[in-house]
Design a protein around this ligand. Sequence first.
Ligand code: NAD
Ligand code: UD1
Length: 334
Amino acid sequence: MNILLTGGVGYIGSHTAVVLAQAGHQIVLFDNLCNSLKETVSRLEKIIGSSIVFVEGDVRNTELLITVLQEYQIDSVIHFAGLKAVGESVANPVLYFSNNVQGTISLLQAMQATQVNSLVFSSSATVYGEPVYLPYDEEHPTNPINPYGDTKLQVEIMLRDLANSNPDWKIACLRYFNPVGAHESGLIGDDPSGTPGNLMPYLARVATGQLECLSVFGNDYETRDGTGERDYIHVMDLAEGHMAALSFLNAHAGFHVVNLGTGKSTSVLECVNEFEKASNKKIALRFAPRRDGDLPIYFAKADLAKHKLGWTADRSVSEMCSSAWKFQSSQSKQ
Ligand code: NAD
Ligand code: UD1
């Protein structure tokens, strides 16, 4: 298939690009590089062993998207492009609605104009909000607690209505849990600019010595060891989940919402312990107050992905840490 990956140079898009290209698909990466580096494209070419089509552009540029969809005879789109920093979305909601919602409207207009009707959308477990029960299944009420989550839910609603309007549409909304880890080559991974807000890239930089000490946000939660628990998923499992979703859509029209998680939770201290083993480094930590907006624990019910897509996330937390370490330690040598 010819597959367009918007935001394809970013963290999850680049790993998905590897999986799709290695399975023999023709991929086109479309990205404005607002949160990624062009060098990633050459690193991808190194991993894949062939050249990659990359178009630099903004998803809000409908005309450019129409040209790309036509020129490369695209069959399906995976829509990763968007902004994802919760704090920034609180400070600048208009920026988030513009990139995430307006960007998706522009993409859908381009797809309608070119009659491309197969779409996989990067949604997030953040759409569920405060747990009414756990694990979150796909029927759990949605009630996001920040503008970033609002943009994801609004796009989901728009996609549902679009699929209801025309039976030709094939749409999968994948609700990711906490993607971490890196490709086994160590050439691509999660490399946020500035001080990382998320646990795993922060841990990796403490291990390399770039940051001094991890602040553990809260150790008085009602969890196994008092620290927050999350459903961490290896980014390569997640990438394979996208390929499974595309195959599923080949045979199933309509609108489908699926969790991509492992169904298991890991605490902050358990992550620290695994990262110490993977890196053979001692991680300095201190206990700090709870972070505003954090939930104590959440994780996925992962059964629907298994039944619908025939996909499960099998890589361990230890593999997540060792691949993240391989990537981060090779980055800091450069
Ligand atoms: P990322 O920032 O690494 O990748 C997103 C890519 O989209 C970047 O390369 C960026 O340059 C590009 N982009 C952003 N706005 C654009 C625009 N207007 N036009 C063109 N390109 C644009 O993020 P990621 O972690 O790879 O996330 C990919 C998608 O998955 C996002 O939509 C994100 O909201 C969603 N998601 C991520 C996580 C996570 O923890 N990483 C969790 C749930 C959902
Ligand atoms: C965050 C986002 C969420 C997004 C997800 C995946 C917030 C409030 N939520 O979720 O929308 O979908 O990332 O990208 O930002 N922790 C520490 N010290 C740190 C960093 C994190 O103790 O320096 C703890 C957190 O309190 C939490 C766990 O580690 O218990 C995971 O945190 P993080 O990686 O930021 O992910 P989430 O909070 O789940």
